[in-house]
Write a protein that binds this ligand. Structure first.
Ligand code: DAH
Length: 368
């Protein structure tokens, strides 16, 4: 039977023994076998072409009908049409099945497992200096201070003269400076010029209560001195301000930074812009004051400079030194970090090595 079909398919015009029912069943069976064997759309399309294409077996057979006598033609035509219907149905069914399989495979391949843990994005963190600055801004704004900023390229007048350091004053030597091409300007050597700017900005109003954090520049470069570093200036001007006010604010400051048990000691010192001037020490953050290598067995560590604002500085800021007074202080933020974390080298804070900086994860600040 299958052999008879094969002959018919090869254009024998089917003039051999003709058993319509058996032949039809054979053709359908053969087509279905090919259809089932096709495992992808391209193979299936090839089967369709082989049977139903312009030169396909069924097409050829149908074309051959014209050569038959009318009665045979009708009979054979009906058989061939049934075959074609069956083949078309089988093709459509297989097509749908392949499509469904492909879709199921795609679903399986593309399935998202919503229960998988996510990929944690690498979130940066603020530099320890930035966090310290913000911590101090929070502290001082709670004490009623506001934050004042000044330019890093500053005039000699604001940086020196206004602060009682006239040209050729030996005190300028303490702050080896970077001068710029514009005569009369330099990279500010401290944040103290913002004292003058803040007083000017208040225009004589009272009180003046500001802190001024920012970068400062000096021709210094060793393990504990960087050519650029960060200071925080404090200034309070009002009627009747005394050293006691300074001491109270400083005690609040160092206890916030180094813990509630921290003590301070004021030592007489000299700054041109304060009178009297003091050097402020804190009880050693390592031994607590009993004496160790860190504090060179003194029990104290130097932390900042401060004093009562010099009358000339008040006058340069537009205030009458006979009716108001004030205190000022200047704190080096890098020094605070070194003391807090027990380092003796500040350079790693500027080298952007993440292995170093990542140690200062959020919340790791606290008492040394
Ligand atoms: N400007 C000083 C410096 O950079 C630090 C300083 C000392 C600031 C005493 C002050 C102060 O406001 O009163 O070395």
């Amino acid at each position: 039977m299958v052999r008879a079909l094969a002959r018919a398919g090869k254009g024998s015009r089917m003039d051999e023994v003709w058993d319509p029912a058996a032949d039809a069943a054979g053709w359908v069976e053969e087509a279905e076998a090919e259809i089932q064997a096709a495992t992808d759309p391209a193979a299936l399309a090839a089967v369709r072409t082989r049977w139903l294409g312009r030169r396909g077996r069924l097409t050829e057979a149908l074309r051959g009908l014209g050569e038959l006598a009318p009665a045979a033609r009708r009979e054979r035509g009906q058989v061939l049409n049934r075959v074609r219907e069956a083949v078309e149905q089988a093709l459509a069914a297989r097509e749908a099945a392949l499509e469904a399989t492909a879709r199921a495979a795609a679903y399986a391949r593309e399935r998202l497992d919503m229960t998988l843990p996510g990929i944690r994005p690498a979130v940066g963190q603020l530099h320890p200096l930035t966090r310290l600055r913000r911590e101090l801004e929070d502290l001082f704004t709670r004490l009623g201070f506001s934050v004042a900023l000044g330019p890093e390229v500053e005039s000699e007048w604001y940086n020196f003269e206004a602060l009682n350091m006239p040209a050729n004053h030996p005190a300028r030597d303490m702050q080896d400076s970077f001068f710029v091409d514009v005569p009369g300007f330099l990279l500010r050597t401290h944040t103290s010029p913002v004292q003058i700017r803040a007083m000017h900005a208040r225009g004589g109003a009272l009180p003046v209560k500001v802190i001024a954090p920012g970068h400062v520049y000096r021709r210094d470069d060793d393990a504990t001195h960087s050519p650029m570093f960060t200071q925080l200036e404090g200034l309070m001007v009002d009627r009747g301000i005394s050293l006691a006010d300074l001491k109270g604010v400083l005690l609040t400051l160092v206890r916030a930074l180094f813990g509630p048990g921290t003590a301070i000691r004021l030592r007489p010192s000299y700054f041109p812009f304060t009178e009297p001037s003091v050097e402020v020490d804190i009880s050693c953050t390592v031994c607590g004051g009993s004496g160790c290598a860190t504090c060179k067995h003194s029990g104290w560590l130097e932390i900042l400079g401060a004093g009562m604002v010099h009358p000339l500085v008040l006058a340069n800021g537009g205030y009458d030194p006979d009716s108001v007074s004030g205190f000022a202080f200047g704190l080096g933020l890098e020094r605070v970090l070194l003391l807090r974390y027990g380092f003796d080298d500040l350079r790693p804070f500027y080298q952007n090595d993440l292995r170093f900086l990542q140690q200062f994860a959020r919340g790791s600040e606290g008492q040394a």
